[in-house]
Design a protein around this ligand. Structure first.
Ligand code: GAR
Length: 205
């Protein structure tokens, strides 16, 4: 069976949705390890409660460069069976840019969730960007990670209507509900081998 590694930085609600869906829907993937770059990430406790192993590699004050940091992540992933051949890495609110070397080693094996309809509003504060721009619709994108920021092949998207009186917070809340559906769905598609990638396009069978 495939092994799953989830990288988090904070709240961990997407991680929780994925872990619960794996159990409930019997998705054929083993949740092997959750890694946080912050020791106080709330998601660590949630993972432990759900019986999933956790590790922390503190990024604050880390002396090396990005690739040196990522090598520490890779070592833990591998130790837990999350290899490029037999693994999937989910970035779930992991607020760090991963190095091109990591992306290359785990080509098309790292996926990310972003709270907007990419390519609109990449980067930070996507929900705020959508409200301030005056978008009528925003949503969520799950995509493979390439060496750009939020630019990899899209696996799936879900649309959320932006209401006239929406604030960043109210929109983020409704987008998050869709995130919790979208990410488990994408993990399931991957685990069942249903995603084919050609160039920057994916085909779901
Ligand atoms: C989520 O809204 C996720 O889409 C976003 O961070 C939040 C993490 O929440 N990620 C990004 O903005 C990445 N660019 P969570 O820790 O509760 O899953």
């Amino acid at each position: 069976m495939l092994n799953l590694g989830i990288l988090i930085s904070g709240r961990g609600s997407n991680m929780e949705a994925i872990l619960k869906a794996i159990k409930r829907k019997k998705i054929p993937i083993n949740p092997a390890i959750v890694i946080s770059n912050k020791s106080d990430a709330r998601g660590l406790k949630i993972a432990q409660k759900l019986g999933v192993k956790t590790e922390v590699i503190e990024s604050k004050g880390f002396k090396g460069n990005r690739w040196e940091y990522d090598q520490k992540i890779i070592a833990i992933l591998k130790k837990n069976g999350v290899t490029p051949k037999n693994g999937l890495v989910c970035l779930a609110g992991f607020m760090r840019i991963v190095s091109p070397e990591f992306v290359k080693k785990y080509k098309n094996k790292i996926i990310n969730i972003h709270p907007a309809l990419l390519p609109a509003f990449p980067g930070l504060d996507a929900q705020k960007q959508a409200v301030e721009y005056g978008s009528k619709y925003s949503g969520v994108t799950v995509h493979f990670v390439d060496s750009g920021v939020d630019t990899g092949p899209i696996i799936l998207q879900k649309v959320v209507k932006v209401e006239n009186n929406d604030t960043e917070e109210t929109l983020a809340k409704r987008i998050l509900l869709k995130e919790h559906q979208a990410y488990p769905e994408a993990v399931q598609l991957f685990a069942e081998g249903k995603i084919k990638i050609s160039g920057r396009k994916t085909k779901i069978s």
